[in-house]
Design a protein around this ligand. Structure first.
Ligand code: FAD
Length: 545
């Protein structure tokens, strides 16, 4: 059907009409045209490229309704982002060409905080850092659900991607109790409980009543979410982190079993436990030694062994944290010791307070302040602040390891802006020793054959499953390296699929791979999408065929 305002459906005419309408709603400053939008949003760490028609920057939810209606009339697809820092998956870039980006970072109000229930209701632009400041300013003793992506990332955007963190409420969409979204026809979606006037119970109870439709908006493209309620973990009386090492790769199997026992024995008191291989830990501790790359294109095992020895890094390093009352944490700590001691080396316990004190103290000791010990203590201190729900940039320099740009301390880090090359491969791995072994060998083999450093982390999501995060790092301005990283990602997807390891989340360049085989699942998604969004206005191609 031709658009009522034009005799011919002319894309350029439509866009020009829509831009005028959007300007009338948002003002000139709220509409960024073509090239300027590509300059601002067009860079991403995975090396992907998309043509972007424009970007819209609303500041109020009502403006979102208006701009969606205009897009619907002009049949122009929109791609909503919250802060657009989806680094390693596409950053701010849409899944398909020819979208208008809706940058929601200007909707940055904390609408409500209920300290009795620990429920925060916030808009898309609210960042981890902003929530931390708010809670501190009002002396609300709750943890921010932090991630490694740092203080400038949106809580809502991360939850919609079903991101994970390291505080007790590690599953970020799991902690979402309620949301509001603008549908492709401009109507506002709320849950059935809210529509019945039960806003308070809706915010306090995740599942609502009737079919669980809130879930459609996570890793979906059915609307633009304009606000969300998230349950925050109260700060417990005691937080105690533990670190341990595995000296030989053969012992990985027994440690996987031990981790499962720890998670079961400490029932709900233990946050995620992370296991990292030596290369992954070294990537946080030493600059990439370019001169020592071997003939196979990565750092040879002897170099890794030497660097690991110098920096006291073991073959595998484990990190976990206990949260609870002081007496319960003491008891849980005994359990952790009993279970891990026989299989792990150098089991150490720290509290955020004790490391922060040690960190301050060390800076006053002549000769220690700038040395290796100071660096190690300061790294542990920053990691513990994260565990305690304080956002920090501590994990971000990883993205810069293979990049010519060094992360500038004291400056807001942004791997996309700074030219870093990073593709995340984040598959789920059953918590069974033989599956973990198979997975680790697969990653080492495929990364090695593509001359990409195999940096491996396994994060427990439960006592049944790990999520592994493999950052494929490369120099983005080096076309040959970028092509190898992309080929490596594809090879991991293919080999992983054969072995039953599939990612929990996909980047924009892999959406086609995800949906290509069709099947009943994607058919149902497609039918729901067509019913709600017949003109494909919202985020076409994002987790949908
Ligand atoms: C070193 C490093 C460490 C990282 N560590 C972690 C980690 O620990 N955990 C983790 O989960 N991620 C991690 N990341 C990945 C990523 O950077 C984060 O997940 C980040 O929070 C996502 O960006 P964002 O919050 O700006 O969300 P956005 O980029 O704004 O949103 C993500 C996607 O969700 C959709 N979306 C966003 N807002 C809306 C909306 N309002 N309505 C509808 N759809 C919307 C869009 O499709 C968008 O592309 C890490 C990245 C790096 C480089």
């Amino acid at each position: 059907m031709p658009h009522p305002r034009f005799n011919l459906v002319d894309a350029a005419q439509m866009l020009s009409w829509a831009l005028d309408q959007w300007r009338a709603q948002l003002g000139d400053a709220g509409v960024i045209p073509g090239q300027a939008a590509e300059d601002r949003y067009g860079v991403c760490t995975i090396g992907g490229e998309r043509s972007i028609l424009a970007a819209l920057c609303p500041r109020r939810a009502e403006e979102v309704v208006a701009l969606v209606r205009i897009a619907g009339e002009a049949r122009i697809p929109l791609y909503p982002i919250s802060t657009g820092h989806n680094w390693g998956y596409g950053s701010a870039l849409p899944a398909t060409d020819g979208c208008v980006i809706v940058d929601l970072s200007g909707l940055d109000r904390i609408i409500d905080f209920d300290p009795a229930l620990g429920l925060v209701t916030l808009e898309p632009g609210v960042t981890q850092g902003q929530l931390r400041d708010y809670l501190d300013r009002h002396q609300f003793d709750f943890l921010v659900p932090v991630t490694g992506a740092g203080p400038n990332c949106s809580l809502l955007g991360n939850a919609l991607e079903r991101g994970y963190g390291i505080t007790p409420f590690a599953d970020h969409f799991g902690a979402v109790t309620s949301l509001e979204a603008v549908l492709p026809d401009g109507r506002i979606y709320r849950s059935a409980l809210s529509e019945l006037g039960g806003g308070d119970v809706d915010r306090a109870f995740k599942w609502g009543v009737g079919p669980y439709l809130d879930g459609l908006f996570a890793q979906g493209n059915f609307g633009i979410v304009t606000q969300m309620t998230i349950a925050l973990a109260p700060r417990p009386e005691k937080i105690q982190a533990f670190f341990f090492g595995i000296d030989r790769d053969e012992n990985l199997a027994s440690v996987v079993t031990a981790i499962q026992h720890v998670l079961r024995a400490t029932a709900g008191m233990c946050g995620s436990i992370n296991l990292m291989n030596a290369r992954r830990v070294l990537a946080m501790m030493v600059p990439y030694p370019n001169a020592r790359v071997g003939p196979a294109g990565i750092l040879p095992l002897e170099v890794i062994a030497e660097l690991a020895g110098q920096n006291q890094v073991m073959t595998w390093t484990g990190v976990g944290a206990l949260y609870g009352g002081a007496a319960m944490v003491r008891a849980a700590r005994r359990e952790v010791r009993r279970i891990l001691k026989p299989v792990a080396r150098r089991l150490l316990f720290f509290t955020p307070q004790s490391t922060a004190r040690l960190n301050r103290l060390i800076r006053y000791v002549p000769g220690l302040g700038a040395g290796r010990i100071a660096r190690a203590v300061s790294t542990i201190d920053a990691s513990l602040q994260l565990i305690a729900g304080y956002p920090s940039q501590i994990a971000l320099p990883l993205a810069y390891w293979r990049s010519p740009a060094a992360p500038l301390l004291g400056r807001d880090l942004d791997p996309a802006r700074d030219g870093c090359g990073l593709i995340w491969y984040p598959p789920l791995v059953p918590m069974k020793p033989e599956r973990v072994r198979c997975f680790v060998d697969m990653v080492k083999e495929i990364c090695g054959s593509h001359r990409i450093e195999p940096l491996i982390t396994l994060t427990s999501l439960s006592d049944r499953c790990f999520d592994s995060s493999i950052p494929l790092l490369f120099a983005r301005d080096d076309a040959e390296q970028a092509a190898r990283a992309k080929a490596c990602y594809r090879a991991l997807l293919e080999a992983g699929q054969k072995e039953g390891f599939l990612p929990y989340r996909f980047g924009i360049d892999a959406m086609g791979w995800l949906t290509q085989s069709g099947g009943v699942f994607w058919d149902v998604v497609s039918k729901i999408k067509t019913a709600i969004d017949p003109n494909g206005i919202i985020a076409p191609g994002r987790y949908s065929p």
